[in-house]
Ligand binder design. Sequence first.
Ligand SMILES: O=c1[nH]c(=O)c2[nH]c(=O)[nH]c2[nH]1
Length: 311
Amino acid sequence: MAAKDQINGINFEQRHGKDRVRVGRVWRSGEDGRHFFVEWNVSISLLSNCINAYLRADNSDIVATDTMKNTVYVKAKECSKQVSVEEFAILLAKHFTSFYPQVTTAIIKIIEKPWERISIDGQPHDHGYKLGSERHTTEVVLKKDGALQLTSGVEGLALLKTTQSGFEGFIRDQNTILPETRERMLATEVSASWRYHFESISSISNQPPQFTEKYLDVKKVLIDTFFGPPKEGVYSPSVQATLYHMANVVLARFPDISSIQLNMPNIHFLPVNLSSKANPVIVKFEDDVYLPTDEPHGSIEASLSRIQSKM
Ligand SMILES: O=c1[nH]c(=O)c2[nH]c(=O)[nH]c2[nH]1
């Protein structure tokens, strides 16, 4: 997405912004002394009417990217009550689109670093955190007229199961050596993003949804569907089928989500068989000893979106 113009019969598209603005924010609860901490990595991109900067060395319509960076800290300071990463992205987008006449659209992406409250002897610590693994993400695209696209997501969600996975019936040709199997390891690192149905800023202004709770609920559904029940699990005939099932369950459970995109690399754990001329069987693979790998990996992604009813 970019601001579009036509200059001398040539299409011209542009946008500018500041990437990777890092901010940490502590909220201190007056009542029980508990602190709440978030760390965000914010990327801002503005579509604005500033073509004179490109064409005529006239910067009078430019919002300086340095100002964008400062705005992140100003808005973080102004948030006297704890806000979700989605609410923060929305309030930044609102500021840029309403304060500057030149700005037609603001695109705000934020990645939240997974600081988790630590527990000592089973008791949640008031101000101690440790770093977790997967990251909560959001992307807000807000136009001046209030049209909104709001996406939340998770990235770096590493999942692995040691059985209940197979891969059979695929195309075999002169280059195929992969054996068919109903018993293998399944490992992936899920990146998911889902779009909420809100189409305008006014539809969430009065009562912002509980975005953090929703994020945790969607993540739980993705994880539960991947693994199945604790004792028996659930069989995965392919990463493709498991991905589709996970996305479908999210759409079925959350009516306010209109689409979901999932990216699930197939991270391979290779069977270890060792032999030598003298000793043809040093190690025989019996679903027990693996060579973990990072690359190459299978790359599997899909998106599912509800078909809009024309009522
Ligand atoms: O679940 C899988 N999907 C594939 O497309 C694929 N390709 C492959 O070699 N192994 C697998 N596994």
